[in-house]
Ligand binder design. Structure first.
Ligand code: SF4
Ligand code: SF4
Length: 109
């Protein structure tokens, strides 16, 4: 076989049929605005923690919505709970309360 010097990247497709959305439903009951996100990224662009770490609140939010919980609790510790993301969100998503409740839910066994 010819070696072209590159390989095909692993797929990052998430098979939602295999996911358990109990934790998402739990969060959406407490923070209903979480459903309104349109993934614009304004929260990440203004995030205080993002300026000092690799923290990406939009990515975290999407991972939570896709039930990808591995390492999420640890990542969420980087949020400084300053609330800027909530102030700039054009869809009025209450991200700060969402982060606080994600922390609680993910630490619940
Ligand atoms: S700013 Fe609001 S709508 Fe935009 S990605 Fe963040 S949470 Fe979603
Ligand atoms: S509350 Fe957390 S996620 Fe939102 S802007 Fe502040 S540090 Fe970033």
């Amino acid at each position: 076989m010819i070696n072209f010097g590159y390989s095909i990247a692993q797929t990052r497709v998430v098979n939602l049929d295999n996911c358990n959305f109990d934790k998402l439903e739990q969060l959406e009951k407490i923070v209903p605005s979480f459903k309104r996100c349109m993934n614009c990224g304004a929260c990440t662009a203004t995030c205080s923690a993002q300026q000092f770490t690799g923290f990406n609140i939009r990515k975290i939010k999407s991972m939570y919505q896709q039930a990808q919980y591995d390492k999420l609790a640890k990542e969420l510790e980087q949020c400084m709970l300053c609330g800027k993301c909530t102030l700039v969100c054009p869809r009025g998503v209450s991200l700060r309360p969402a982060v606080m409740n994600m922390r609680k839910i993910l630490n619940t066994k």
